[in-house]
Design a protein around this ligand. Sequence first.
Ligand code: NAP
Ligand code: HSE
Length: 438
Amino acid sequence: MPATGLRLAMIGLGTVGTGVVKLLTQRPEHLRALGVGPLHLKTVVVRDSGKVRAVDVGSARVTTDFDLVVNDPEIDVVIEVMGGIEPARTRIAALLRAGKHVVTANKAVLAEHGRELFEIARQADRAIVFEASVAGGIPILAALAETLSVNRIQRVSGIVNGTCNYILTAMHERGLGYAEALLQAQHLGFAEADPTLDVNGSDAAQKLAILARLAFQSRVDWRSIRRLGIDELHSMDIQFAAELGYVIKLLAEGEVAGGRLSLQVTPKLVHKSHPLAQIRGEYNAVRVEGDAVGDLLFSGKGAGELPTASSVVAGVLDLATGRGQQTFRALRLWEESPAGPAFEPGLHAKSRFYLRFTISDKPGTLARITSILGEHGISIASVIQHETPENEPGQPVPLIIMTHEAEDERVRQSLVEADRLEIVRAPSVCLPVAAHER
Ligand code: NAP
Ligand code: HSE
């Protein structure tokens, strides 16, 4: 451990950066007791140096000039919490080449350019520490990379986007509209600068790609992960799901079966008795199934100022003790080494399905739809159709069908056929139902 401690710089002073400053400056006794030597935040790079900040950075210089960090030989570690792809990618590369270790919370840049950045770090004998990039405050990457490393991991699945989980919880429990719930998630600092990445499933796919590299040693391009977000979800489906005893969650799932890896991000109905149904608000949960350890569930705050800063500062402490450098050297992530199981983006799964048809309330409608499902071998478990309000005769009505277990491809084909019927008045909705815990 260096007796002189570490000199730090940070790029970004938004939600996460603010939390990092609080943890570094507001608990000196606690940090001293850890015996890591003084951690001195020397420079903070921002986009707008005139902005009023939510935290006092003490003696740190706040600047827009990145060169003051990259060219400063005193700085050992740089915390990158600005987010996005560029200029984050170019800056991380320059910092590593300039001999600085990097702690980052930026899953987007790692999912997109991890291989290049890790290679630069190895060549420069520097470390990239990135626990905060997946599931905020939950130490899931350390668990996969270190504590569970003897296991062959069969499954990694769960809720990894706090913004989506916050929105879905607010819509389900408080009856909020989608737009209002998203605004709240943004105000609370959970969402990405471009929240489209959260709600369209991209952020979860980027995190799943990182998890898959650690869990399955598989080379996965996050863009090839089959993904659906919550941006096209209708509040009516949240209400019908509740009526049936379910909540809707955005699940990221990776599973190895028959030597093939399947990965997907999709909204699913989760029964209220399922452990993931209890994960509310910005909380995340990651379930890991290893051949030796069995089933584990990690849960906690997956987004927000202090939970994410907790993982960032833990990374700084790891570098101060030398653990971070050691872990990085041992990690074979993004190396040109033998890869894990082959990734099959279009693997067709079987599950139960929730289907919503928008139909004309006419004699024979139900029979025509159920006969299409029957022709595809899809068995029906339950049906909901509410009466048309008397003052709205002729209005299309929702017809909800819950199926028994069926093949994804057959269900989709039957919906294509059903949607061609003149009695079906809008594109049908199809959501898988998460399997009950084994
Ligand atoms: P944020 O609140 O939007 O803050 C971004 C900060 O970066 C701002 O201080 C901004 O400066 C600065 N910045 C942006 N572009 C810059 C540029 N070109 N040059 C210099 N500074 C620049 O973002 P955040 O929520 O803290 O997220 C930061 C990172 O952490 C992202 O990679 C995100 O994915 C990740 N993360 C966030 C959370 C969370 O809960 N928020 C959780 C886990 C991981 P100004 O203040 O001057 O505009
Ligand atoms: N926008 C991300 C989320 C931040 O909502 O989960 C945490 O990575």
